[in-house]
Structure formats: structure tokens, C-alpha cells
Design a protein around this ligand. Sequence first.
Ligand SMILES: Cc1ncc(COP(=O)(O)O)c(C=O)c1O
Length: 385
Amino acid sequence: MLPDTRVYYALKSNSHPTVATTLVREGLGLDVSSGLELESALNWGSRDIVFSGPGKRLDELKLAVDNADYVTVLIDSFSELTKLERIAGQTGVSVRAGVRLATDESGLWRKFGIPLASLSDFFEAASRCKHVDLCGLQFHISWNLKPESQVIFIARLGVELRQLEKKYRRSIRFIDVGGGFWPEQGEWLQKAATPQGIVQAALDEVEHEAFKHYKWSACSIAHFADHISGALSRQLPEDVKCTICLEPGRWLCNDAMHLLLTVNDVKSSDLIITDGGTNAVGWERFETDYFPVINLTRPDLREHECLVAGSLCTPHDIWGYSYFGQSIKEGDILLVPNQGAYTYSLRQEFIKPLPKCVELPTSIGPSNSTNLVENHGIKGQATNH
Ligand SMILES: Cc1ncc(COP(=O)(O)O)c(C=O)c1O
């Protein structure tokens, strides 16, 4: 158990105003990664915001400084520290700040934060900045089905903190452990995304398996909580007594949105075209991820092989290779459930317009939550797969 925690919803995972404002009303802070997101967060009445992300522009830092009462800047580099000090100095305010720590010093993730080994130098540099109140640390590791990577980094952080000068260690008022908690339903994949499928594709030996889906299990949020809080209690030095912040994204919004599609063309019993395209989610998600396609018009627990494609002029515009239902006919309404995370914020006007978004009253949706539907025609409600 951690004595003092604070949760910041990662707005990038679903920036729909209703999702964000619902969570703000429930008492969560917001984690933003751009001036645009920061502006939205302020307009939606959030008064506790962390602003993270690499390469913040001067105007973005200025917006943070102008709202210093509400915003904690999670500084990404030494040069960003200098810029923040200059801007805060010009305005004459003190800005609450943390520093992001790189969790992997090689590969693509090195673009985030400073190396752990530079932490002492960073505190030293910040101590010369009269307008930056450096009082926290942040790290974020993505895509975790279980808490091992976070636990391993917390152990590395503990070692580094023990070597840090006592005055700096004692100035730490928060440690933000980021997000990256996978929803408990796990990750369901098409073969193409499995190691075996990738090797077969490289060898040009792809065999199509409409009904075979691959599940990577995820542990419960309680398991994440147990292991991460246990690691923090064990690894942090005694004199680091601070608030633990979290930045969950997908765990909160995954089930908040579902897609509804209308069958526009039945080309054969195993090939249909829907009205909407995957521009509704902004990426070719369903080539790699499996979600059931459920025919709400003719429901049935049987799954049939069928290429369910969208109507964009690209072969990558697919929803899946099968559907649940008795059969499939023109005009049928199909549901692709649980499309709340990294879809709405990534949607794009590509060939087709953005889909309509319809809000279901909370009395129809799951208890205490607003349920949103990306809609191509009717209102509906999803079930979990
Ligand atoms: C800094 C930061 N915090 C939190 C999150 C949320 O991650 P997740 O949706 O996996 O919980 C992200 C996502 O990219 C992020 O970049």
C-alpha cells in the first residue's frame, strides 16, 4: 500500500472531451503531451496537469508557465530546463517541475528524458535555476502485460537515488511511474503479429487462418498495484517520502468506445464491404490485432470465415477475417467492441470523413461510465469479447 498517490489520465490515449471531463469530474488529473492537449485540459477545467513529452516548443512552455498554478512541467532534457528557466524568469513566476528519466538508453526509447546517470548533474543544473522548482521524477514504460519492466526500473532508480546527494534526494516530492498498464482482457493478435507469423511472412510462407487468434494474457490492475507498490516500498531510500503519481491511458479508456459499421456490399459469402473505413481508428490496427466483428442484426455465437473490409481504396482497410452471426447481409449492423484506446485520438480524414460519435446515456452503458460509439448509422451497445 502506498500512502499517497495521484492519478493523471493520459489524454493522448483518447482525447474525447466526454472521456476526459468524466475522469476530471471523478477527481483525476490529466497528463498532456503538447500545447494543444494542455489548452484542452485547461478549457475542460482540469486544475492538476502534468505536461510531459520531448521537444516542447517555446510557446508550449510559455503556456505552462502562464498556468503555473495548475501545471507541473516534466522536463525532458538539460536544454529544456534552460528554456523553462528563461521563460519563467521573464514572467517572474516559479514553475513546479519534474525530470523524465530514460528507461532504456539505447534504441527508439532513448529519445525520452535524460539518462539515469545524469540525474545528479540535472539536480545540480536545476539548483542554479531560480524559477524552476525541481521536485519530482517521472518515467514511463509502455505496453506492459505485467509489471516486470516497471519493477526492474524502480530497482535501478533506487540504486541511483542512494548515490544522490541527500539534499537533492530530500527535495523529491513526487515520483511519477507513468502508465502502460494493459487492460486485463489481454492482447489478442492475428497470426501476422506473432513471432511465428513474422518469420513466415519473411519467408513468404503466410498461411491464412481465419479462426486462429493468439492471446497474450495480461495481469490484473491489482497485480500491477501490488508489484509496483512493493518495489517502491523496498527500493526507494528511507528519506524519499513522496507522492506516487500514475499516468494510465489505455487501461481507463479501452472499453469506453465501440465502433458500429453498416454492411454496404456483400460481394460473396466470405467477402463484405462496410460503409466506414479504418481511417476511423487512424491505423491499420486489424491486420495485427484481433477483435471480434459481431453482427448485431443477426446475432449468433458461431464465427464464420469472411474478409470484413472497409470501403477505403486500400487493401489494408480491413476489420477482420471473420464475424460472429447467423449470416451477413447488406444493411446489417456490425459491432467492433472496445475501440477506446489509441483510435479516436488517431482518427483521420483519409478518403472518407471522420465518423460520427454518439454518446450513450450512462443508464444504458456500464455503471458509472459514459459509453461512446463511433457511429455510422445507429446507436448500439457493446459486450466484452
Ligand atoms: C508519458 C506517457 N504517460 C502515459 C502514457 C499512457 O500509456 P498507456 O496508455 O499505455 O497507459 C503514455 C502513452 O504513450 C505516455 O507517453
